[in-house]
Design a protein around this ligand. Structure first.
Ligand code: DX5
Ligand code: ZN
Length: 218
C-alpha cells in the first residue's frame, strides 16, 4: 500500500500582517495541515505566536492546526493551546522531564500527540515513549528560524525511525521539518516520512496548488 505524503505548510514563513489571507491561500492550495511554530525565546532564540494569536488564526481556517511547541516546560501550556484551537500538539523531548506523562495528557485532551527531536538528539531517547505518540517530528534544521539548509544526515535518521516504528508494530506518523522543498522532498519521503513541513519553499511558490499536487504524488 503506497503511503500518502501529507504537506503541512509552516505559517512561520507567511506574511504575519496578512494572516487571514495567507491561511486562505494554504487551504485553497489543497495542503493538509497548518503547521504553527510556537517559540518562546528560551528554548529557541526567537519568539512567535502564543495562544491568543492562534485563537485568532483559528477563525480563518478549517484545516487541522498542527502546533509545534518550541518552548520550555511545554506541560504548563498544553491546555492553553488546546483551548486556542490546536488539533495536534508536538513538544520537544529536550524541553521536558516527563514526556510520557505529557504525551498521554495530550491524548486525554482528545488531541493528537507528538514528540520532536532536535537534529543531534538520538532516536533511543524516544523509543520508550513511542506508543504514546501519534507523530514523531524530526527536526532537519536547528529550530528557531525558517529558510535554513536541510541537515543531510537526517535522511538516515528518518530511515532508522521508520524501522523503529515498524518493528514496534506502531502507526506513529513521521514528520520532518526544516529545509524541505521540491528538490529534496522525494528523498525524504522515500526514506520514510509521512508528513513534510514546508515554510519558505511553500510561501515562495507561485503555484501553491501545483506544489501540493507534486507532494501528494510522491
Ligand atoms: C523551524 C520551524 C520550521 C520552519 C521550517 O524552527 O520549526 O517549521 O518554519 O521552515 P523552512 O521550511 O523554511 O525550513
Ligand atoms: Zn516547525
Amino acid at each position: 500500500m503506497p503511503r500518502k505524503i501529507l504537506l503541512a505548510p509552516s505559517i512561520l514563513s507567511a506574511d504575519f500582517a496578512k494572516m487571514a489571507v495567507e491561511l486562505k491561500a494554504v487551504e485553497d492550495s489543497g495542503a493538509d495541515w497548518i503547521h504553527v511554530d510556537v517559540m518562546d525565546g528560551h528554548f529557541v532564540p526567537n519568539l512567535t505566536f502564543g495562544p491568543p494569536l492562534i485563537k485568532a488564526f483559528r477563525k480563518h481556517s478549517r484545516l487541522p492546526f498542527d502546533v509545534h511547541l518550541m518552548i520550555e516546560n511545554p506541560e504548563r501550556w498544553l491546555e492553553a493551546y488546546r483551548d486556542a484551537g490546536a488539533d495536534r500538539i508536538t513538544f520537544h523531548i529536550e524541553a521536558c522531564r516527563h514526556a510520557h506523562r505529557y504525551l498521554s495528557a495530550v491524548r486525554e485532551m482528545g488531541l493528537a500527540s507528538g514528540i520532536t527531536l532536535n537534529p543531534q538528539t538520538p532516536l533511543c531517547s524516544i523509543e520508550n515513549v513511542l506508543e504514546e505518540c501519534d507523530q514523531v517530528l524530526l527536526m532537519s534544521v536547528n529550530p528557531g528560524f525558517g529558510g535554513q539548509k536541510f541537515i543531510e544526515p537526517l535522511i538516515d535518521k528518518i530511515r532508522q525511525l521508520r524501522i523503529m516504528i515498524d518493528s514496534h508494530g506502531l502507526k506513529t506518523l513521521i514528520q520532518v521539518d526544516g529545509g524541505i522543498g521540491l528538490q529534496n522532498a522525494q528523498r525524504i519521503s522515500a526514506a520514510g516520512a509521512d508528513i513534510l513541513v514546508m515554510g519558505s519553499a511553500f510561501f515562495a511558490a507561485e503555484d501553491k496548488s501545483a506544489l501540493v499536487r507534486e507532494v501528494h504524488s510522491l
